[in-house]
Design a protein around this ligand. Sequence first.
Ligand SMILES: [Zn+2]
Length: 338
Amino acid sequence: MNRASRGHGRSVSERLKLGAVSSCGFRVSSDGASGSEFIGGALRRRAVSPLWVIAVLWWLPVLEAADVRVSHWARALHPGEVVRLTLEAPVEIESARAQAFDRSFPMFPTSDARRWEGLVGVDLATAPGSYGVRVTARAGGSSLEEVHTLRIEPKEFPVRRITVEERYVTPPAAELERIQRERELVSGIFAETTPRRFWEGPFLRPVPGEATSSFGRRSIINNQPRSPHGGTDFRAATGTPIKAPNAGRVVLVRDLYFAGNTVIVDHGLGLYTYFAHLSEFRVEEGALVRKGDVVGLVGATGRVTGPHLHWTTRLVGSLVDPISLMEVTNSVEGRDDG
Ligand SMILES: [Zn+2]
């Protein structure tokens, strides 16, 4: 959408590289020979002829117009949103990734190898402002780079007051070691980016019920301010089956102090689903799940005020709203086998 940033800050050498990449559309070879080598080779062989130099100099600006293009789509540019990034090139793209918010987001090919997509997470704690997304790729044997700008707008999140059992506000000293161990275990899982993409097409709603409270809401628990809500809660009775919103590998099935019975699914490329407060598990660690497979049943275990499903989504470590993920992936290309 924001294409105004195209070409900003691009050096002359990058322009030449991009020109060389574009030229591969005319003579790309399977051994990955790059266009710049071709141009260099041509100049070496024909250095005596000024016509060649003129032809190449005239050619480059023309190729520049058929440049790579980066665009984005999001329902809004706020903290906690997922942004879909699209990279388009005139030749087949071999690899691509996006650097943004000090994180590295993998990209993946669509059915057209000249178009790659990727999901970028704007962490809930991101301060409003303009951020550069640096897309680097290999195409036609050459490297290319494009900086795309995202302008993150501020958002006011609601505040609520709740009362829970005192042991969940001031945990007993005997539980502190367990809580710390679990925190490290979970953050260690989210720190890993599995290079394989298990997920495909839209992320589905895991239970039929509506979302009952918004992502990012600030809570005052037993009169003490607490960190913002890192997930979305769905209204559901105890025993309601919880469906995997997309394919993935189950990486954690465990009773955690605050989250109660918890299942974490690794969807690949740094994307994770975390379901909390389950009454029962229906999967084991290490299992591969398909979209729609039941992973457990809704419950009220851990720090809760009543039965519901808590769903947190992490994208390369960033805390993002699952509803945003559902909306953004609705428009991501890919077969929906759910
Ligand atoms: Zn919750």
